[in-house]
Design a protein around this ligand. Sequence first.
Ligand code: 3QA
Length: 238
Amino acid sequence: MKIAIMGAMPEEITPILERLDSYESIQYAKNNYYKGSFQGVEVVVAYSKIGKVFSTLTAATLLQVFACDILLFTGVAGAVNPELKIGDLIVASKLSQHDLDITIFGHPHGYVPEGSVYIESDKDLRALAKQVAKELDIPIKEGIIATGDQFIACEDKKCFIQDTFEADALEMEGASVATVCDALGVPFFILRSISDAADMDAGFNFEEFVESSAKISAEFLLEMVAKLAILIGNHEKR
Ligand code: 3QA
């Protein structure tokens, strides 16, 4: 069992690398992949760079080149749901590409023929997240995440994304990672901690909170990996 742990920015995976037992760096397709272990489980960690294209490349590489069996994403997001405050955790139930638009042909936003508007994340991994949250008494919310190749810092765009996709949070990589995992039949999980509210102040807030929120997400994700390590250990002993 090999677990892919992915982020988009260095800030999102540094708190993971700091806690691995050990790792080596491998270069592939102009990116670094960190192969190591955490509590005895094999992991491959990488950040993709920002956006749907780079995250597609990295997710596909983690699954096809490094042969990971599941993929866990950790990072920050802009809040759309006003209940979500800076530092809060959100788990994606399903994800959509908010900037995918062939609506002129009568298709809904986020849809292309033979695709679907939303991609659902793995139910077992979401259940595991809820269990970990309960045990550690950390509040987490589950909701819809919208992804697009734009840093959203404007009420109008945010409202469009809220109204069109019923999104709770938005970011720039989740739906593309979901598309790769779904196509390859690999269970995936997308966790984000809020860094800003995708509004006028988003630029400032992002810069101020990216590091602390990224850490909150990474630390929760590692608690999940620790739990998985026990489950995998039990399974492999049998
Ligand atoms: C964008 C990062 C990208 O990986 C998506 C953060 C948090 N708030 C968001 C918002 N709109 C869209 N996405 C997000 N991530 C940051 S680019 C700045 C890079 O600066 C999630 C996200 N409001 C690097 C230094 O120049």
